[in-house]
Design a protein around this ligand. Structure first.
Ligand code: ACK
Length: 732
């Protein structure tokens, strides 16, 4: 008996409890058998050790974890032992100038836990050196670099033209217990060139009646070597109707020939090889009302009291000489690069904007090839194996080792023996075209071998080969964001080509190559293709035929190939990607495809295709080519989708995947029907009668919802007003 707090005797009641590691058997307690445990006193039975743990001894209070399995401090003893997750999979990087979106797949093995998070480590690696250093400076991670629960992160404010390696590490609650087993996947990227950031600090050094001297600080992020600055100025009261542009090599300039006592507005922008950066804000300056020169805002104003006319003249002479000698350094006469370009209202075509040169315009084709492609010594190339058959010969993989350069993997297109001079010229024309391009989403030409045989075109090697077969091999294995990332890359490459004035004419998934980082690059820059009459043999690239299923109606009908017809083909590529390499229009004949498309039918959405992406396809397939989105708009739409993954959640599923076409001929025809029905009926009845059908209301509802998201969140309505009325959203 023992005493209570109230001073009364307490009589213990109840019964005996079995100790930890023991269970009650009748009136006795027995030890837990090996493989069983009991972690608290009581009369419960011993429990079997949870998965990945063991208890070799009898009477165990808990089970120990197997090798490489762990229990975190907060895990109950009844929980299975777990291990760190495996590394993230399928990392893709979408580079946009100096930022990169990294997206990856969930680890194959989460280690038996649900608390998986990701950390991203940024390292900067110099090309020559093996070692990388942690990224310094103002690199920004959105939303953050560590503890990410989503499988995507944006890294911004990187340096231009720089190699970075990102280690994406998967962690869970037991990862801190196994620090030696970091499970990460590394991806190495090279940032693109980027235009310089704006000039933010401009200082007025001196003003006179007719001139102003200015200096400014280099932009905070030059992103390359600044070639020159453009200084644009105009009288404030003229409101930019007439302006003058000066180009300056350094960070100062003198504006001469100004009106006295007049307010001028001025903007400066820097130029690098990547083009012009954004203009600075407008700075306001005023010339002096009289012949005195006054030092600038930030310098001390010196007002000299001059009592006699002689003194004024003397001072003016001195100041004139001083300014004159200082300004000479920046004057036109001493700087031939600083040109004065007065313009009225019109536009000014500034240097630095590159356009594509058709190699066929060269009288001598060998001149074009040597202008745009580097001649390689055949001894620098080692061929490893044949990877495919090109139109002119085999395509091989191999290695290129140029003097004082690192060995790189390359693809080698060969020209088969016995070629004619025309075949040789046609074969090499692809290199003349490719050699003019420099973009991360365009296949890069390493060089050509023309002075020995076999004649070869050497390009960067793309480990995953053509996009169509790659997707077929990996059916349903990527996240939507990964697919959109690939599409973004293709659109970015196409934007570059259209900016260069190059029309591809054969954009299709088979002509996109994929590297080991899932970066997609546009390839196949052959000769222009011409439609021939035989509709059944419509596609052999160099045989003068065109790929009907990928080609816009106006290009088929009257060979109107433009960047807008490339946009149509891009819509077909989006369909191919979202259907993992399905053949557009399935087994329909080319003639039937031409007829169906002409009558307003369009491919239906692939299975599980986000409504927003399907809307993009429909926009690319607008009959009126001017209503199709431009590639810069496509890139920005896809960027918005990537940044706003919620916009990909509504699925535009057709009732069934196969043999369905979507009629877009009129606003009242809004249903899906089987293609067989459709083909049969087309021969007998007007389509409209046939298609006024049963599934209208559900499809229409879906169309409305997806269209709302698309309009509200994705499509840049403000920048492309021509999209609005003719979008065909109500006809989905
Ligand atoms: O799908 P693939 O393996 O990828 O088969 C075709 C084949 O050659 C005929 O075009 C492959 N191929 C073409 N260019 C390259 C390249 N730059 N890197 C890797 N494979 C390539 C293509």
């Amino acid at each position: 008996m023992y005493c209570s707090t109230e001073g009364e005797w307490l009589v213990p009641i109840g019964k005996c409890l079995c100790d930890i590691g023991h269970e009650s058997r009748g009136v006795t307690c027995q030890v837990c058998r090996p493989g069983f445990y009991k972690s608290s006193p009581g009369n419960l039975r011993c429990s079997k050790c949870p998965p990945h743990s063991h208890a070799h001894l009898e009477g165990s209070a808990h089970c120990s974890c197997e090798k490489n399995f762990f229990r975190s401090e907060t895990d109950p003893t009844s929980m299975a032992c777990t291990r760190p997750p495996s590394s993230p999979r399928n990392v893709i990087s979408i580079i946009n100038e100096t930022s990169v979106i990294l997206d990856w797949g969930w680890p194959a093995d989460s280690g038996g836990r649900k608390d998986v998070t990701f950390n991203v480590v940024c390292k900067r690696c110099s090309a020559g050196k093996r070692q990388c250093e942690a990224c310094r400076g103002a690199v920004r991670f959105l939303p953050r670099p560590t503890g990410l629960s989503n499988t995507t992160v944006t890294v911004a404010d990187l340096l231009a033209h720089t190699n970075y390696t990102f280690e994406i590490e998967a962690l869970n609650g037991v990862s801190p217990l196994a620090p030696a087993h970091r499970q990460f996947t590394a991806v190495t990227i090279t940032t693109n060139q980027a235009a310089p950031s704006p000039v933010t600090v401009i200082r007025k050094d001196r003003t006179s009646r007719n001139s102003i001297s200015l200096s400014w600080l280099e932009p905070e992020r030059p992103n390359g070597i600044i070639l020159d600055y453009e200084v644009k100025f105009y009288e404030k009261q003229e409101q930019e109707t007439s302006y003058t542009i000066l180009r300056a090599k350094g960070t100062n300039v003198t504006l001469n020939g100004l009106k006295p006592d007049t307010v001028y507005l001025l903007q400066i922008r820097a130029r690098t090889a990547a083009g012009y950066g954004a203009s600075s804000r407008k700075f306001e300056f005023e010339t002096s009302p009289d012949s005195f020169s006054i030092s600038g805002e930030n310098s001390q104003v010196m007002l000299i009291a001059i009592s006699s006319a002689v003194a004024i003249i003397l001072l003016s002479v001195v100041v004139y000489l001083l300014l004159g000698s200082r300004f000479c350094g920046y004057s036109k006469s001493k700087h031939p690069d600083e040109k004065r370009l007065p313009f009225g209202n019109g536009h000014l075509r500034l240097p630095g904007i590159q356009t594509y040169v058709d190699p066929h315009t060269y009288e001598d084709p060998s001149q074009a090839i040597h202008e745009f492609a580097r001649e390689l010594d055949a001894s620098c190339i080692a061929i490893d194996k044949v990877v495919g058959a090109g139109e002119f010969g085999e395509v091989c993989s191999g290695r290129l080792k140029q003097p004082s350069k690192k060995e790189t993997s390359v693809a080698i297109k060969t020209l088969k023996a016995g070629y004619t001079e025309t075949q040789r010229r046609d074969f090499l024309s692809e290199a003349s075209i490719m050699g003019q391009f420099d973009h991360p989403n365009i296949i890069r030409l390493e060089g050509v071998v023309t002075r020995s045989k076999p004649v070869m075109i050497v390009t960067e090697y793309m480990e995953n080969g053509s996009l169509d077969s790659f997707l077929r091999r990996h059916d349903a294995q990527f996240t939507v964001i990964q697919l959109v990332g690939m599409l973004r890359g293709i659109a970015s490459g196409m934007k570059y080509l259209s900016d260069m004035g190059y029309v591809h004419r054969d954009l299709a998934a088979r002509n996109i190559l994929v590297n080991s980082n899932l970066v997609c690059k546009v390839s196949d820059f052959g000769l222009s293709r011409v439609l021939e009459d035989d509709p059944e043999a419509a596609y052999t690239t160099r045989g003068g035929k065109i790929p009907i299923r990928w080609t816009a109606p106006e290009a088929i009908a009257y060979r109107k190939f433009t960047s807008a017809s490339d946009a149509w083909s891009y819509g077909i590529v989006v369909w191919e990607v979202m259907s993992y390499g399905e053949r557009p229009y399935w087994e329909m004949s080319n003639q039937d495809v031409i007829k169906a498309v002409d009558e307003g039918y369009r491919l239906p959405p692939p299975m599980d295709c986000p409504a927003t992406l399907y809307q993009l396809m429909l926009d690319c397939w607008q009959k009126e080519r001017n209503n199709r989105p431009k590639f810069d708009q496509i890139v920005s739409i896809l960027d918005k989708l990537i940044r706003n993954p919620g916009s990909l959640k509504i699925i535009a599923n057709a009732p069934s995947r196969e043999n369905m076409l979507l009629d877009r001929t009129g606003a009242d025809i809004t249903t899906f029907r089987s293609m067989r029905d459709w083909l049969e009926s087309m021969q007998t009845l007007p389509c409209k009668d046939i298609f006024n059908g049963a599934t209208y209301s559900s499809c229409n509802t879906l169309a409305k919802t997806s269209a709302e998201i698309y309009l509200a969140e994705v499509r840049p309505a403000a920048t492309c007003p021509e999209w609005e009325p003719a979008m065909g959203i109500t006809t989905l």
